[in-house]
Each structure stands twice: as C-alpha cells, then as structure tokens.
Design a protein. Structure first.
Length: 87
C-alpha cells in the first residue's frame, strides 16, 4: 500500500517501519495531477518507465494500491534494494 500526500512542501518517497510507502508530492489532488506525480516519483526512484505503473485502487483516495508491470523477481529485487538504501 502507498499513502499519498498531495500539496506537500517537497517531493519525497519514504518507507515507514510498518512497510507502508509514503509519497509526498507537490501536485494538487485534482484532475489526476497527484496520481501522475506519484507515478513520476516512483518511476524516478526505482528507475522504471512511467508506463509500468497503474493505480489499481484508490485513484481518488490517499491510500492507493499500485500495480507494476514487469518481471516480478527483477521488480522485487529493485524495490528491496531501494528499501535497504532508504529504509
């Protein structure tokens, strides 16, 4: 699960001790701008194309479930490495 914080002062991605990702984005929560900013942030942090991400649940909510297309083992390894570096 990912918790989005639109209209934040800065753009950042953090991992809580409970394993929940928190995406802070400066974009407002209107017309899908915050969702696009979250996807851009994840794309940048995890070095994946924006087209790999899809908001599966919670498009209009702060709590979101995202689907990521790609080879599962490679994605898991890339995300686990990011968590080790930033967690």
């Amino acid at each position: 699960m990912l918790r989005a914080q639109p209209r934040a002062r800065r753009t950042a991605l953090e991992c809580s001790t409970q394993g929940v990702l928190k995406a802070q984005v400066t974009a407002p929560a209107e017309d899908g701008k915050a969702n696009a900013a979250v996807v851009a942030l994840l794309s940048s942090e995890w070095h994946l194309p924006k087209s790999a991400f899809d908001v599966a649940q919670g498009a209009a909510a702060r709590d979101k479930v995202l689907s990521i297309s790609g080879e599962p083992a490679a994605l898991a390894g890339r995300i686990a490495e990011w968590v080790r570096e930033h967690g």
